[in-house]
Ligand binder design. Structure first.
Ligand code: PGA
Length: 256
C-alpha cells in the first residue's frame, strides 16, 4: 500500500503563538515514527514562528487552515496560497465544515481554492462530510459524492497525488460523538470507489482518506484499523500534546 498514514491536528482558532510553539515542539519530539506523517494545521499567525522552531528532521509538516482563491489583490484580511507556500509550508486545509457553515464556502468556491492552492505548489487536505439530517435521510454517500464531484473531480490524475481527503461527518465534529469504525469504513470505502471510477485503481489506492470528528486517544486505534481509514484529522484532542501523540501512535500493524 503506497498511500501515506497521516495524523493531522487541526488547532482551529486556539493557542497563542507561544503556546503553539510549545505544543508543536512536544509533538515533534515525540513523533518519530517515520511511517506516519504528522501534520499540524495551525492558525495563520503561527505558520512562520512554528515552522522556525520545529526541525524538518522531525517529519512534522505544517498546514494552513484556509486560503483565498486569488494570488493577490484587494481582499482585506485574506491570505493567498502563494503567501503560504512562500513560507515553505506544505499543506492547506480546504473545505472544513466550519468554513462551509460560517463563511458560506460552497463547492464551487472550494474548487477555485483547491485549484489556486495546487497552482501555488501546496498540497490540499480537502474536507467533506454530511450534516445529521442528511445522514438520517440516508443520503450521506450521495452528498459526499456531490461535494467531491463539484470541488475535486475536475483535477487530473496527476494533480490528485497532491490531495488528501478528510471525511468529517458534521454531527461528529466537536460533539464527542464519533462515527463508529463501521460507519467510517463504509464512507471511506465509498469514497475510494468514487476515486476508482473517476481516476482508476492507482489513484484510488494511493489517495489517503482521513477520518475526522471527535477522534481521541481512546478511539483512534479502532478507527485507524479500518482498511480504508488512513488516519485522522483531529480537532480538540490535538491541543493536548500527550493525547495527540497517542493518536499518532495508534496505527498498530499498519505502521509496524
Ligand atoms: P474534533 O474536530 O476532533 O474536535 O471533533 C475535528 C475537525 O473539525 O477537524
Amino acid at each position: 500500500m503506497a498511500r501515506k498514514l497521516i495524523a493531522a491536528g487541526n488547532w482551529k482558532m486556539n493557542t497563542t503563538v507561544e503556546e503553539g510553539i510549545s505544543l508543536a515542539r512536544k509533538v515533534a519530539e515525540a513523533s518519530r515514527n517515520n511511517k506516519v506523517l504528522t501534520i499540524l494545521a495551525v492558525p495563520h499567525t503561527h505558520l512562520f514562528p512554528v515552522s522556525k522552531k520545529i526541525k524538518a528532521s522531525s517529519g512534522v509538516r505544517l498546514a494552513a487552515q484556509n486560503c483565498h482563491h486569488k494570488t493577490s489583490g484587494a481582499f482585506t484580511g485574506e491570505i493567498s496560497p502563494a503567501m503560504i507556500s512562500s513560507l515553505k509550508i506544505t499543506y492547506v486545509v480546504i473545505g472544513h465544515s466550519e468554513r462551509r457553515e460560517y463563511n458560506h464556502e460552497d463547492n464551487a468556491l472550494l474548487a477555485l481554492k483547491t485549484r489556486a492552492a495546487l497552482d501555488a505548489g501546496l498540497k490540499v487536505i480537502f474536507c467533506c462530510g454530511e450534516a445529521l439530517d442528511i445522514r438520517k435521510s440516508d443520503s450521506h454517500v450521495a452528498h459526499v459524492k456531490n461535494q467531491l464531484s463539484e470541488s475535486l473531480f475536475m483535477l487530473s490524475a496527476t494533480e490528485m497525488k497532491n490531495i488528501v481527503i478528510a471525511y468529517e461527518p458534521i454531527w461528529a465534529i466537536g460533539t464527542g460523538e464519533t462515527a463508529t469504525p463501521e460507519q467510517a469504513q463504509e464512507m471511506h470505502f465509498a469514497i475510494r470507489e468514487m476515486l476508482r471510477k473517476k481516476y482508476g485503481k492507482r489513484v484510488a489506492e494511493n489517495t489517503s482518506i482521513l477520518y475526522g470528528g471527535s477522534v481521541k486517544g481512546s478511539n483512534a486505534a479502532e478507527l485507524f484499523s479500518q482498511p480504508d481509514v488512513d488516519g485522522g484529522l483531529v480537532g480538540g484532542a490535538s491541543l493536548n500534546a500527550d493525547e495527540f501523540v497517542t493518536i499518532v501512535n495508534s496505527f498498530g500493524r499498519k505502521a509496524g
